[in-house]
Design a protein. Structure first.
Length: 393
Protein backbone atom coordinates (compact mmCIF):
# COMPACT_ATOMS: atom_id res chain seq x y z
CA UNK A 1 0.00 0.00 0.00
CA UNK A 2 2.82 2.39 0.91
CA UNK A 3 4.53 1.54 -2.37
CA UNK A 4 1.33 2.36 -4.23
CA UNK A 5 0.98 5.71 -2.39
CA UNK A 6 4.59 6.60 -3.22
CA UNK A 7 3.99 5.71 -6.85
CA UNK A 8 0.87 7.88 -7.01
CA UNK A 9 2.72 10.80 -5.40
CA UNK A 10 5.53 10.43 -7.94
CA UNK A 11 3.03 10.29 -10.78
CA UNK A 12 1.23 13.38 -9.51
CA UNK A 13 4.54 15.23 -9.15
CA UNK A 14 5.50 14.25 -12.68
CA UNK A 15 2.19 15.58 -14.01
CA UNK A 16 2.65 18.84 -12.10
CA UNK A 17 6.22 19.24 -13.38
CA UNK A 18 5.08 18.47 -16.90
CA UNK A 19 2.42 21.15 -16.59
CA UNK A 20 4.96 23.66 -15.34
CA UNK A 21 7.30 22.83 -18.21
CA UNK A 22 4.47 23.39 -20.68
CA UNK A 23 3.58 26.65 -18.98
CA UNK A 24 7.13 27.83 -19.51
CA UNK A 25 6.94 27.47 -23.28
CA UNK A 26 7.01 30.80 -25.12
CA UNK A 27 4.44 30.70 -27.89
CA UNK A 28 5.14 32.81 -30.95
CA UNK A 29 2.30 33.10 -33.44
CA UNK A 30 3.22 33.58 -37.08
CA UNK A 31 0.03 35.12 -38.48
CA UNK A 32 0.75 35.36 -42.18
CA UNK A 33 -0.70 35.14 -45.68
CA UNK A 34 0.07 31.46 -46.12
CA UNK A 35 -2.49 31.13 -48.91
CA UNK A 36 -3.61 33.78 -51.36
CA UNK A 37 -1.83 35.94 -53.93
CA UNK A 38 1.12 36.69 -51.62
CA UNK A 39 1.66 33.07 -50.62
CA UNK A 40 5.11 32.86 -52.23
CA UNK A 41 6.31 35.84 -50.19
CA UNK A 42 4.77 34.38 -47.03
CA UNK A 43 6.50 31.01 -47.47
CA UNK A 44 9.84 32.79 -47.65
CA UNK A 45 9.07 34.70 -44.45
CA UNK A 46 8.20 31.46 -42.62
CA UNK A 47 11.41 29.75 -43.75
CA UNK A 48 13.45 32.77 -42.69
CA UNK A 49 11.69 33.08 -39.33
CA UNK A 50 12.58 29.50 -38.38
CA UNK A 51 16.18 30.03 -39.49
CA UNK A 52 16.36 33.25 -37.46
CA UNK A 53 15.06 31.59 -34.29
CA UNK A 54 17.51 28.75 -34.81
CA UNK A 55 20.47 31.04 -35.45
CA UNK A 56 19.79 33.32 -32.49
CA UNK A 57 19.30 30.40 -30.07
CA UNK A 58 22.33 28.52 -31.45
CA UNK A 59 20.08 25.67 -32.56
CA UNK A 60 18.43 25.06 -29.17
CA UNK A 61 15.11 26.88 -29.76
CA UNK A 62 15.40 27.81 -26.07
CA UNK A 63 15.77 31.14 -24.25
CA UNK A 64 16.61 31.07 -20.55
CA UNK A 65 15.17 27.57 -20.22
CA UNK A 66 11.99 28.45 -22.11
CA UNK A 67 11.18 26.49 -25.25
CA UNK A 68 10.11 28.58 -28.24
CA UNK A 69 7.00 27.18 -29.92
CA UNK A 70 5.89 28.62 -33.28
CA UNK A 71 2.17 28.55 -34.08
CA UNK A 72 1.06 29.17 -37.66
CA UNK A 73 -2.12 31.07 -38.53
CA UNK A 74 -3.25 31.70 -42.13
CA UNK A 75 -4.71 35.15 -42.87
CA UNK A 76 -5.39 34.20 -46.52
CA UNK A 77 -4.38 37.81 -47.21
CA UNK A 78 -7.84 38.96 -46.04
CA UNK A 79 -8.11 41.72 -43.41
CA UNK A 80 -11.12 40.22 -41.63
CA UNK A 81 -9.50 36.79 -41.46
CA UNK A 82 -6.22 38.33 -40.29
CA UNK A 83 -7.99 40.08 -37.44
CA UNK A 84 -9.76 36.91 -36.27
CA UNK A 85 -6.58 34.81 -36.59
CA UNK A 86 -4.62 37.20 -34.40
CA UNK A 87 -7.44 37.29 -31.85
CA UNK A 88 -7.37 33.48 -31.74
CA UNK A 89 -3.58 33.43 -31.40
CA UNK A 90 -3.63 35.73 -28.38
CA UNK A 91 -6.82 34.47 -26.71
CA UNK A 92 -6.94 30.76 -27.50
CA UNK A 93 -3.32 29.81 -28.17
CA UNK A 94 -1.95 32.17 -25.49
CA UNK A 95 0.72 33.47 -27.85
CA UNK A 96 3.05 35.90 -26.08
CA UNK A 97 4.22 37.55 -29.30
CA UNK A 98 2.85 37.56 -32.84
CA UNK A 99 4.72 38.09 -36.11
CA UNK A 100 3.29 38.94 -39.53
CA UNK A 101 1.61 39.45 -41.94
CA UNK A 102 2.55 39.89 -45.61
CA UNK A 103 -0.30 42.10 -46.81
CA UNK A 104 -0.46 45.71 -45.62
CA UNK A 105 -4.26 45.55 -45.60
CA UNK A 106 -4.16 42.52 -43.32
CA UNK A 107 -1.58 44.20 -41.09
CA UNK A 108 -3.67 47.35 -40.66
CA UNK A 109 -6.62 45.19 -39.55
CA UNK A 110 -4.41 43.44 -36.99
CA UNK A 111 -3.00 46.54 -35.28
CA UNK A 112 -5.99 47.25 -33.01
CA UNK A 113 -6.02 43.60 -31.89
CA UNK A 114 -2.50 43.91 -30.49
CA UNK A 115 -3.61 47.00 -28.58
CA UNK A 116 -6.73 45.26 -27.31
CA UNK A 117 -4.77 42.31 -25.95
CA UNK A 118 -1.75 44.43 -24.95
CA UNK A 119 0.59 42.04 -26.74
CA UNK A 120 3.50 42.65 -29.13
CA UNK A 121 2.85 42.38 -32.85
CA UNK A 122 6.11 42.38 -34.80
CA UNK A 123 5.18 43.32 -38.36
CA UNK A 124 7.11 41.49 -41.07
CA UNK A 125 7.06 42.13 -44.03
CA UNK A 126 3.98 44.39 -44.65
CA UNK A 127 5.28 47.78 -45.80
CA UNK A 128 2.54 50.46 -45.63
CA UNK A 129 3.75 53.57 -43.81
CA UNK A 130 0.47 53.75 -41.86
CA UNK A 131 1.50 50.63 -39.91
CA UNK A 132 4.15 52.61 -38.05
CA UNK A 133 2.38 55.87 -38.89
CA UNK A 134 -1.13 57.11 -38.18
CA UNK A 135 -2.52 53.61 -37.49
CA UNK A 136 0.32 52.68 -35.11
CA UNK A 137 0.04 51.85 -31.41
CA UNK A 138 2.74 51.18 -28.82
CA UNK A 139 2.47 47.38 -29.15
CA UNK A 140 3.56 47.47 -32.79
CA UNK A 141 7.18 46.94 -33.87
CA UNK A 142 8.39 46.33 -37.42
CA UNK A 143 11.54 44.61 -38.70
CA UNK A 144 10.30 44.85 -42.30
CA UNK A 145 11.15 47.94 -44.26
CA UNK A 146 8.42 50.55 -44.63
CA UNK A 147 7.33 52.18 -47.89
CA UNK A 148 9.31 55.29 -46.97
CA UNK A 149 12.53 53.29 -46.73
CA UNK A 150 11.91 51.82 -50.19
CA UNK A 151 11.03 55.24 -51.55
CA UNK A 152 13.80 57.27 -49.93
CA UNK A 153 16.51 54.82 -50.97
CA UNK A 154 15.28 54.75 -54.57
CA UNK A 155 15.03 58.54 -54.59
CA UNK A 156 18.66 58.73 -53.44
CA UNK A 157 19.65 56.60 -56.45
CA UNK A 158 17.74 58.67 -59.04
CA UNK A 159 17.66 62.19 -57.59
CA UNK A 160 19.96 64.05 -59.96
CA UNK A 161 19.62 67.33 -61.83
CA UNK A 162 18.30 67.01 -65.36
CA UNK A 163 16.27 63.87 -64.52
CA UNK A 164 12.49 63.80 -65.13
CA UNK A 165 10.57 61.06 -63.33
CA UNK A 166 7.01 59.79 -63.64
CA UNK A 167 5.81 57.11 -61.22
CA UNK A 168 3.47 54.20 -61.86
CA UNK A 169 2.05 52.57 -58.75
CA UNK A 170 -0.88 50.53 -57.52
CA UNK A 171 -3.84 52.51 -56.23
CA UNK A 172 -3.62 51.22 -52.66
CA UNK A 173 -1.69 51.93 -49.45
CA UNK A 174 1.39 50.15 -50.80
CA UNK A 175 1.51 52.31 -53.94
CA UNK A 176 0.39 55.66 -52.56
CA UNK A 177 2.59 55.54 -49.45
CA UNK A 178 5.59 54.79 -51.63
CA UNK A 179 4.95 57.67 -54.03
CA UNK A 180 4.25 60.14 -51.22
CA UNK A 181 7.60 59.35 -49.60
CA UNK A 182 9.39 59.28 -52.97
CA UNK A 183 7.96 62.70 -53.82
CA UNK A 184 9.09 64.09 -50.48
CA UNK A 185 12.64 62.86 -51.00
CA UNK A 186 13.21 64.28 -54.49
CA UNK A 187 15.31 67.44 -54.28
CA UNK A 188 17.12 67.72 -57.61
CA UNK A 189 15.16 65.70 -60.16
CA UNK A 190 11.63 66.65 -61.29
CA UNK A 191 8.62 64.46 -60.53
CA UNK A 192 6.37 65.28 -63.49
CA UNK A 193 3.50 62.80 -63.11
CA UNK A 194 2.00 60.18 -60.76
CA UNK A 195 0.01 57.37 -62.36
CA UNK A 196 -2.12 55.13 -60.11
CA UNK A 197 -3.73 51.98 -61.49
CA UNK A 198 -5.96 49.29 -59.94
CA UNK A 199 -3.84 46.66 -58.11
CA UNK A 200 -5.08 43.85 -60.38
CA UNK A 201 -4.25 45.69 -63.63
CA UNK A 202 -2.95 43.43 -66.39
CA UNK A 203 -3.36 45.73 -69.39
CA UNK A 204 -1.11 48.75 -68.88
CA UNK A 205 -1.75 50.39 -72.28
CA UNK A 206 -3.84 53.36 -71.13
CA UNK A 207 -1.65 54.12 -68.12
CA UNK A 208 1.52 53.79 -70.16
CA UNK A 209 0.22 56.21 -72.78
CA UNK A 210 -0.47 58.84 -70.13
CA UNK A 211 3.04 58.35 -68.79
CA UNK A 212 4.57 58.66 -72.25
CA UNK A 213 2.60 61.83 -72.94
CA UNK A 214 3.92 63.47 -69.76
CA UNK A 215 7.55 62.56 -70.41
CA UNK A 216 8.11 62.65 -74.16
CA UNK A 217 9.70 65.81 -75.43
CA UNK A 218 11.17 66.78 -72.07
CA UNK A 219 14.91 67.59 -72.08
CA UNK A 220 17.32 65.45 -70.12
CA UNK A 221 16.92 61.94 -68.78
CA UNK A 222 13.35 60.56 -68.68
CA UNK A 223 12.41 57.73 -66.30
CA UNK A 224 9.25 55.80 -65.45
CA UNK A 225 9.65 54.47 -61.92
CA UNK A 226 7.47 51.40 -61.30
CA UNK A 227 6.33 50.45 -57.80
CA UNK A 228 4.29 47.27 -58.19
CA UNK A 229 3.58 43.92 -56.52
CA UNK A 230 1.94 40.91 -58.12
CA UNK A 231 1.34 41.18 -61.87
CA UNK A 232 4.08 41.97 -64.38
CA UNK A 233 4.13 45.76 -64.69
CA UNK A 234 7.14 45.50 -67.00
CA UNK A 235 4.59 44.84 -69.74
CA UNK A 236 4.68 48.58 -70.39
CA UNK A 237 8.05 47.92 -72.02
CA UNK A 238 6.13 46.13 -74.82
CA UNK A 239 4.84 49.58 -75.76
CA UNK A 240 8.42 50.67 -76.50
CA UNK A 241 9.02 53.67 -74.20
CA UNK A 242 12.56 53.83 -75.61
CA UNK A 243 11.17 55.40 -78.83
CA UNK A 244 10.67 58.52 -76.71
CA UNK A 245 14.01 58.14 -74.92
CA UNK A 246 12.22 56.91 -71.81
CA UNK A 247 13.90 54.47 -69.40
CA UNK A 248 12.34 52.17 -66.83
CA UNK A 249 13.49 52.00 -63.21
CA UNK A 250 12.25 50.07 -60.18
CA UNK A 251 13.35 48.69 -56.82
CA UNK A 252 14.53 45.20 -55.91
CA UNK A 253 12.40 42.07 -55.80
CA UNK A 254 12.37 38.34 -55.17
CA UNK A 255 14.51 36.06 -57.36
CA UNK A 256 11.67 34.78 -59.61
CA UNK A 257 10.57 38.37 -60.26
CA UNK A 258 14.16 39.38 -61.02
CA UNK A 259 13.95 37.13 -64.07
CA UNK A 260 11.65 39.80 -65.52
CA UNK A 261 14.46 42.37 -65.21
CA UNK A 262 16.62 40.55 -67.76
CA UNK A 263 15.58 42.75 -70.72
CA UNK A 264 16.81 45.81 -68.80
CA UNK A 265 20.58 45.62 -68.28
CA UNK A 266 21.82 48.74 -66.54
CA UNK A 267 18.48 49.42 -64.82
CA UNK A 268 19.14 51.13 -61.47
CA UNK A 269 17.28 51.14 -58.20
CA UNK A 270 17.54 50.33 -54.52
CA UNK A 271 16.83 46.95 -52.96
CA UNK A 272 15.91 45.76 -49.50
CA UNK A 273 18.04 42.61 -49.89
CA UNK A 274 19.90 40.50 -52.38
CA UNK A 275 21.90 37.64 -50.95
CA UNK A 276 25.25 38.78 -52.39
CA UNK A 277 24.94 42.40 -51.23
CA UNK A 278 25.47 42.35 -47.42
CA UNK A 279 28.90 41.40 -46.11
CA UNK A 280 28.62 40.13 -42.53
CA UNK A 281 28.82 36.88 -40.57
CA UNK A 282 25.06 36.57 -40.06
CA UNK A 283 24.47 36.70 -43.81
CA UNK A 284 27.33 34.28 -44.44
CA UNK A 285 25.65 31.71 -42.14
CA UNK A 286 22.23 32.47 -43.61
CA UNK A 287 23.27 31.98 -47.23
CA UNK A 288 25.24 28.80 -46.50
CA UNK A 289 22.47 27.22 -44.40
CA UNK A 290 19.72 28.14 -46.84
CA UNK A 291 21.61 26.63 -49.75
CA UNK A 292 22.30 23.51 -47.70
CA UNK A 293 18.65 23.01 -46.82
CA UNK A 294 16.92 24.18 -49.99
CA UNK A 295 18.69 22.43 -52.87
CA UNK A 296 21.44 25.01 -53.26
CA UNK A 297 18.90 27.84 -53.74
CA UNK A 298 20.06 31.09 -52.11
CA UNK A 299 17.86 32.95 -49.62
CA UNK A 300 15.57 35.60 -51.00
CA UNK A 301 14.11 39.00 -50.25
CA UNK A 302 11.46 37.90 -47.74
CA UNK A 303 13.50 35.07 -46.27
CA UNK A 304 15.93 37.69 -44.99
CA UNK A 305 13.07 39.60 -43.40
CA UNK A 306 11.77 36.50 -41.66
CA UNK A 307 15.22 35.80 -40.27
CA UNK A 308 15.53 39.38 -39.00
CA UNK A 309 12.18 39.00 -37.19
CA UNK A 310 13.27 35.75 -35.56
CA UNK A 311 16.55 37.24 -34.39
CA UNK A 312 14.80 40.34 -33.01
CA UNK A 313 12.41 38.25 -30.91
CA UNK A 314 15.19 36.11 -29.46
CA UNK A 315 17.44 39.08 -28.69
CA UNK A 316 14.56 40.82 -26.89
CA UNK A 317 13.74 37.69 -24.87
CA UNK A 318 17.39 37.24 -23.92
CA UNK A 319 17.47 40.79 -22.57
CA UNK A 320 14.30 40.18 -20.50
CA UNK A 321 15.72 36.83 -19.25
CA UNK A 322 12.88 35.03 -20.98
CA UNK A 323 10.13 37.22 -19.56
CA UNK A 324 7.21 37.79 -21.92
CA UNK A 325 5.82 40.67 -19.87
CA UNK A 326 4.72 43.13 -22.53
CA UNK A 327 5.91 46.25 -20.72
CA UNK A 328 9.35 44.73 -20.21
CA UNK A 329 9.51 43.77 -23.88
CA UNK A 330 8.51 47.25 -25.03
CA UNK A 331 11.09 48.89 -22.76
CA UNK A 332 13.73 46.46 -24.04
CA UNK A 333 12.91 46.71 -27.73
CA UNK A 334 12.67 50.50 -27.96
CA UNK A 335 16.06 51.57 -29.28
CA UNK A 336 17.30 47.97 -29.40
CA UNK A 337 20.04 47.24 -31.96
CA UNK A 338 20.43 43.72 -33.32
CA UNK A 339 22.43 42.03 -36.06
CA UNK A 340 20.62 40.56 -39.07
CA UNK A 341 21.55 39.28 -42.55
CA UNK A 342 21.43 42.95 -43.59
CA UNK A 343 23.75 44.01 -40.79
CA UNK A 344 22.58 46.18 -37.92
CA UNK A 345 18.94 47.11 -37.45
CA UNK A 346 17.70 49.51 -34.76
CA UNK A 347 14.12 49.82 -33.52
CA UNK A 348 13.50 53.55 -33.53
CA UNK A 349 12.07 54.54 -30.16
CA UNK A 350 9.50 56.97 -31.55
CA UNK A 351 7.60 54.55 -33.82
CA UNK A 352 9.32 51.15 -33.43
CA UNK A 353 10.30 51.04 -37.11
CA UNK A 354 13.53 49.12 -37.69
CA UNK A 355 16.07 51.44 -39.28
CA UNK A 356 18.27 49.52 -41.71
CA UNK A 357 20.56 49.75 -44.72
CA UNK A 358 19.34 49.50 -48.30
CA UNK A 359 21.34 48.62 -51.42
CA UNK A 360 21.89 50.67 -54.60
CA UNK A 361 22.08 48.21 -57.49
CA UNK A 362 22.54 48.17 -61.24
CA UNK A 363 21.15 45.22 -63.21
CA UNK A 364 23.69 42.85 -64.73
CA UNK A 365 22.60 40.02 -67.02
CA UNK A 366 24.42 36.69 -66.96
CA UNK A 367 23.03 33.97 -69.29
CA UNK A 368 24.15 31.34 -66.76
CA UNK A 369 21.92 32.81 -64.03
CA UNK A 370 18.14 32.40 -64.16
CA UNK A 371 17.46 35.90 -62.86
CA UNK A 372 18.91 39.33 -63.53
CA UNK A 373 21.62 40.16 -60.99
CA UNK A 374 21.14 43.37 -58.96
CA UNK A 375 24.87 44.03 -58.78
CA UNK A 376 25.79 46.11 -55.74
CA UNK A 377 26.83 49.70 -56.43
CA UNK A 378 26.95 50.69 -52.77
CA UNK A 379 25.25 50.24 -49.42
CA UNK A 380 22.89 53.11 -48.52
CA UNK A 381 23.39 53.33 -44.78
CA UNK A 382 20.91 54.19 -42.03
CA UNK A 383 22.25 57.68 -41.46
CA UNK A 384 21.86 58.60 -45.16
CA UNK A 385 18.10 58.12 -45.16
CA UNK A 386 15.73 60.56 -43.51
CA UNK A 387 12.67 58.41 -42.76
CA UNK A 388 9.74 60.54 -41.57
CA UNK A 389 8.14 59.81 -38.20
CA UNK A 390 4.45 59.70 -39.02
CA UNK A 391 2.73 58.33 -35.92
CA UNK A 392 2.25 61.71 -34.17
CA UNK A 393 3.28 60.12 -30.89
Amino acid sequence: MQLRRNFMKSLALAVICSGLAMAQDIKIAHVYDKTGVLGAYAKQTQDGLLLGLEYATKGTMMVNGHKLVVIEKDTQGKPDVAKSMLEAAYADDKAAIAIGPTSSGAALAMLPVAEQFKKILLVEPAVADDITGIKWNRYIFRTGRCSSQDAVSNAIVLDKKGVNIATMAQDNAFGRDFVAAFRGSIKNAKLVHEEYLPPATSDFTAGAQRLFDKLKGLPGRKIIFINWAGSNAFKIADLKPERYGIEIATGGNILPALALYKPFPGLEGAAYYYYESPKNKVNDWFVAEHKKRFNNVPPDFFTAGGMAAGIAVVEALKKTSGSVDTEKLIATMEGMAFETPKGKMIFRKEDHQALQSMYHFKIKVDPAVAWAIPELVREIKIDEMVIPIRNKR
